[in-house]
Design a protein around this ligand. Sequence first.
Ligand code: RUQ
Ligand code: CUA
Ligand code: CA
Length: 663
Amino acid sequence: MISNDGKDREITETQDTEITEVRDTSRRKFLSTAAFVSLAGTGLAMGLTSCKKEAESGAAVSAGKSGEVSTKVASAVTYGEFEVPPGQLDEYYMFNSGGHSGEARVYGLPSGRLIKRIPIFNRDCESGWGITNESRAIIGTNPDGSLKSTTGDTHHVHGSYTDGTYDGKYLWTNDKINSRLARIRMDYLVCDKITDLPNVQGFHGIFPDKRDPVDPKINHTTRIFCGMEFHTPQPNDGRNENDPKKYYCVLTCVDAESMNVRWQCKIDGNLDLIATSYDGTLVGSNQYNTENGVTYEQMMASEMDACVLFNVARIEAAVSAGKYFTIGESKVPVVDGTKDANKNPKTSLTCYVPVPKNPHGVNASPDEKYFICSGKLSPTATVIDLALVHKWFNGELKGPRDTVVAEPEIGLGPLHTAFDGRGNAYTTLFLDSQIVKWNVDKAIAQFKGDKQVDPVLDRIDVHYQPGHGFTSMGETKELDGKFFISDNKFTKDRFLPVGPRHPDQDQMIDISGDKMRLIADHSVDPEPHDAIIVKRDKVRTRQVNDLNEHPLAVKDAKDCRVERKGKKVTVHLTSQAPAFGLREFTIKQGDEVTVILTNLDKVEDLTHGFAIPKYDINFVVNPQQTKSVTFKADKAGVYWVYCTNFCHALHLEMRSRMIVEKA
Ligand code: RUQ
Ligand code: CUA
Ligand code: CA
């Protein structure tokens, strides 16, 4: 069992000698390729072993091999203070990315209740996302009318800032597959814009800026920074495909309001996660592939990779001065942030800070002083002092590595770091299946040479293999240090078995005291990746739409009608419980039909649905909302348009008869 001080580590039966050596805290340093690859599997075995023991001691629900489930009462920890009784509301929102679903999700915390899914890069037949004309215009369509794409891979959700904290205006999330950035407006919690990033593959990290780097009056988010993980030929149109030395990555800056791409910055190596400084001057990204490798062996060849820091003001000055080029057909200005083009720190656009090895995760500390970059294949976290980064940019330091003020050894497979506002950092340890709590000042003292001090304060097992970890309001100046969520990648035996595809898990940890306490296992749909925890008073949603916000709204049931222009037919329709404004309408086979539907009900929560059998059309309209849909009436016959949302005692009777006359 792994003890809380991290020293007394029992070696499990499943570990071979090589692994034993790696797990010895006194000897383990960097992991060799072979050690890492075998360790990944062993990490899982570790998790299982520790869980088995917990179940025996009465702290877990576990399913045996045969599928039988035994429930045991949880031990000493009390959970009452984190319970949300019936009728009470949660204190926080959690905005989660939805991984392969291409959506975002909204949970209440501390209850862990799923309260909304926000479709973005997918097709969703409840809201009609990807079905209605309005949503299709946001997703984008091809010349043949098909949707640009309906696959997505969202990893990170971040909110807009004013004065260093969430202002409740926007959220942004990435689509890793198709290199798109989506914006969610927070008044309705729906996606309102999607931007394609040119010249990008593997769009992974995102972070909004927290204020303007030069204009003190602009204290809110105006830019989103987007990382590019996979280097490619530029332009990627068939040239140089066999010459990886010519591949490269760019950082992309997108305007928060217009969602237009402002500029890109060419770099050496790749970009993974993104962090922004509280003063707006710096953007950081961990780089695990400074080798420019094309296989994982090549990508882990060096002992040191980097965290690259971008000088935002200098980059924008270079763009304004016309010191840029463009790539292929893209008109986006690209500045050169490579080392060769930036030999003089005093004019450099970028600062490459060496960090061991294949780092993952870079997080800004809430005291505004540091970026912390995890080693992943090194058991360390690297603390970069942002004031020193500015000194380097002023030519006052010998080298970029002089910006590093601490590099504590914290455990195996460190990925992401969160904060409590009391000077402590909490880092997820993927391979150790733990969260480690460590003190940043102590780590700095240790780095300066104080051998007595141990920065590690506490460790807690999670179940299992944590990726992201984040704290309540943790990425703002208003962080409250109440709890930490560990997004675990593996959950084998933590939930009722549901077949080979397991749920993922948000495990909730109380961090308010000296010792961390595990307080809840929340199941989540794969794969949540990352989230932010936002105090509920920051989010002010509107509960009823505004009838005037859609230019085509049908504002009165009397306006319902069928209009024909040649083969183009428009059906103006309303819904008001328990009826549609037209009880029937007739069109002709071969018509191109647009239905515009306004829900005239004003009562909060009185949503109606609109579905046409055999026509693959399904969406809902909320009170006072208008949506439209266009389809080809290619099948003659009678089709009962029906309401899909239980709205009234006569919900089942809420239908309209669509008659398609044979051509
Ligand atoms: S990444 S598990 Cu897609 Cu956010 Cu670090
Ligand atoms: Cu309207 Cu059900
Ligand atoms: Ca590497």
